[in-house]
Design a protein around this ligand. Sequence first.
Ligand code: NAD
Length: 419
Amino acid sequence: MSVYSGPVFDMAAEQFGVIANHLSIPFDERDRLLLPKRAVIISCPIHRDDGSITVFEGYRVQHHLTLGPTKGGTRFAPSVDIGEVAALAIWMSWKCALVGLPYGGAKGGVRVDLTTLSKRELEGLSRRYMQEMIPFVGPHTDVMAPDMGTNEQVMAWFMDTYSMYQGRTVTEIVTGKPVSSGGTLGRREATGRGVAHIAKRVLNELSINLGTATAVIQGFGNVGSYAALELHRFGLKVIAVSDHTGALHDPSGLDIPALIRHAGTHGSIAGFSNQLQFDPEQIFALSCDVLVPAAMERVIDAQVAANLKCRVLAEGANGPTTPDADLVLEKRQDEVFVIPDILCNAGGVIVSYFEWVQDLQQLFWEEEEVTRREYQILDRAFDQMVTRARVDKISHRTAAMAIGVEKVRAGKNIRGLFP
Ligand code: NAD
């Protein structure tokens, strides 16, 4: 039992236990690898539009400082708590190590229902959150990024607040900023593009024709919408998508560019079509070639896993699949090819790393270079994962996490107890 205990942290800890057993890590070394270096809990008071004051609780967890600064997104959602944030920070660590970035994992968030905030209140909360974090973050200490419920605008407010405090513009304090404020070309699209790129590779390796293949996507925010657009561009029919307002299903393929325009204007997929409405609970039961969970964690449990009818599970979200579901999917390895989250959605942090590098050097790259390098890193990590899984006869998730944990462990063991 620790301050982090809860369903999401317990899941991250259980996954780590599997890896630690697989790697025969001594028990007295395990807590050192798993438990976060530090966690900060803050109160964020803001003035509401009606003149009252509300205090929101915010968090930031920095998992380890062994390989460089920590790096990770900021989530604004009602579900956020210290355990969820810690789990997401831990997953970021294995992810960054797997793809070879010089970072430890971090994550932050505020427990808030965004539907209750006006734009002015959201700005107040974003600025207050960053202001409270100033003593704990920095371009060489901890670099923030967007996650569920935050976007380029929020990153611009974070960057501006930090910069005003320093008395100069410090673009490298956050990534996922607008291009007009030191962001990089290709970051907005990076996570969804990476998901689609790796899914396409797997379809090719399975000899599935892209022109007749189908995709289903849960979540139509940053990750889900760009994954949908890219898969659509590759020729797949995206037959269903869902978001927090409901689901749409069209066996002949949804008009993804039109749906993205609609969601951009209305904030969700609601109102796009009455005829195509579908039960969101059934989205994982649809038969398809590629299934992309791109919303929340723990949506695929053992029962859902047993009933999946997809050929490829491309995990866009962090932690969508529970350890119980993993046991089911291990038995269904020949039916469902799992691309685990820490590889599948790593395109986001890879391009965030490129953004940080460009900001530090004040030398900016063309979008083509950003995307080419993103795919190069993803492809290398994919090859390593698949080889490791084959040689050690383990699941893709165990292989991917084992590679990440091994790298962090090697860094810790060579340096000593501090980082
Ligand atoms: P976002 O806020 O842009 O979008 C989230 C989407 O999920 C929205 O469409 C929302 O309506 C939908 N959603 C919420 N509750 C839902 C529900 N009950 N059923 C169906 N849909 C629901 O967030 P995002 O940045 O796209 O992140 C999505 C996931 O991807 C998260 O797990 C996040 O941690 C992960 N991720 C994001 C990035 C990134 O670069 N943004 C990188 C790696 C991983």
